[in-house]
Unconditional design. Sequence first.
Length: 177
Amino acid sequence: MSQTRPSPSPARRTALLVAASVAVVAWGLDQLTKWWVVSTLSLGEEIAVLDPVLSWRFHLNPGAAFSLGTDHTWLFTLIMVVVLTVVVVNSRRLGGSWLWTLGLGGLAGGIAGNLTDRLFRPPSFGEGEVVDFIAVPHFAIFNIADSFIVCSMIGICAMLVFGLEMDGRRTRDDEED
């Protein structure tokens, strides 16, 4: 009886399913934790988790990172829709790289988490405030979606720098003459 070894890289269909699963898990964790924060904390309330390095602090962010651009919330909503569309369209090229599969899935889920807030939270459709609650000293308050976005983008940038293509191929700029 011969044993077949699993492929070290995902087939296209598997990559799409895994990326979609990662996106749904990221979105679900983000929305579940935001629901918990809104249900149990008062705006501005802080609970020490690992004092003094981590706490939960309920904050509503009408702007982008570090609360920038609070008068242009609708613009951030449009940007998120465009970026999420680009990620979904490009995910059709997946297959051959687990790293790209996880990166695009995490990015899509993170964007979808914050986009859900922008679309469905007060003050209005498309201009909703994002629930942030993870507080560390001397840094912005953020959420699970932000974590997925940042970690995914760091991974995607590293893959681009090191020449890993979405299909698993590696490109080299160091051709010898």
